[in-house]
Design a protein around this ligand. Structure first.
Ligand code: HEM
Ligand code: HEM
Length: 211
């Protein structure tokens, strides 16, 4: 089925989830390597950064499509709503992931647009952004924000993947199969809480406290 139900993820949501996972994991690796390459490997550093930025904008585009799709689709209910702390944690991490999918590439893009830049985005649509002035100070701040948000994303993915593995290996329930094969799981009535989204906002706000 292309669409979600209250108990299953449809083909489109699953394809977008795994496409996002692939691009994001590849781009995290590229970012970590590119930052750490020494300046005497300048050609490789510039090349990796250009690919990182271009793939990052692809990730941003896929993220916007994914979020638009999630907004018009039913969200499958938690499989174990009676485990309240676990459900709260899982949902808070989902909110952090959704927010990071937008904020990580956007902060990197603003940093790029604020400098003259040595590693161009590999596309014909220009290197600047409307409303973003050339400003070394802004670029420096956005570099810090991008780094902090990227590490928040890495931490959230680590928790998310650990959770998915726990469901598959220890609980042996249908949570991973729900995202892999689209099989239905969970029979609780749909009740949504605002606390996980608020927790995600708090995590982002706290992460910027020293900026
Ligand atoms: C590569 C390893 C990954 C695995 C094994 C995995 C597994 C899963 C599973 C099983 C679910 C469904 C949870 C449920 O039904 O309650 C899920 C949902 C989700 N995943 Fe992943 N995931 C991975 C990577 C990622 C990455 C890299 C991101 C984003 C950066 C991501 C973002 C999300 C989000 C936002 C949801 C919630 C979807 C919703 O209900 O709206 N995942 N993932
Ligand atoms: C979802 C997409 C993206 C992810 C997951 C990501 C991730 C990362 C990571 C992990 C680092 C290394 C941080 C560190 O070790 O401190 C990094 C650095 C960097 N990224 Fe991204 N990034 C993304 C998108 C972008 C985009 C779209 C641009 C620009 C158009 C960009 C520009 C940069 C730059 C310039 C740096 C070096 C920061 C510095 O000056 O220290 N990134 N990124």
């Amino acid at each position: 089925m292309p669409g979600n139900t209250l108990h299953s993820y449809g083909k489109i949501a699953r394809s977008l989830h795994w496409l996002t996972a692939l691009i994001i994991l590849a781009n995290i690796a590229l970012g970590l390597v590119a930052v750490r390459l020494p300046m005497d490997a300048l050609d490789a550093k510039v090349g990796l950064f250009s690919v990182h930025k271009t793939l990052g904008i692809a990730a941003f585009t896929v993220a916007l499509i994914r979020i638009a799709w999630a907004l018009i689709q039913p969200r499958p209910v938690p499989v174990h709503p009676e485990r309240r702390i676990e459900t709260f944690l899982a949902e808070s991490v989902h909110w952090v992931l959704y927010a990071a999918l937008v904020l990580v590439p956007l902060s990197g893009w603003i940093e790029h647009a604020a400098t003259e830049g040595f590693a161009p985005i590999l596309w014909p649509l220009g290197q600047g952004l409307p409303l973003v002035p050339k400003s070394p100070q802004l670029a420096e701040t956005m570099a810090s924000v991008h780094g902090i948000f990227a590490w928040l994303l890495i931490g959230a993915i680590a928790m998310h993947v650990a959770g998915a593995l726990k469901h598959a290996v220890i609980d042996r329930d249908g949570v991973l199969a729900r995202m892999l094969r689209g099989s239905p799981a969970g029979d609780a009535p749909a009740r949504r809480h605002r606390a996980p989204a608020l927790a995600a906002v708090a995590v982002f706000a706290l992460s910027l406290i020293h900026i």
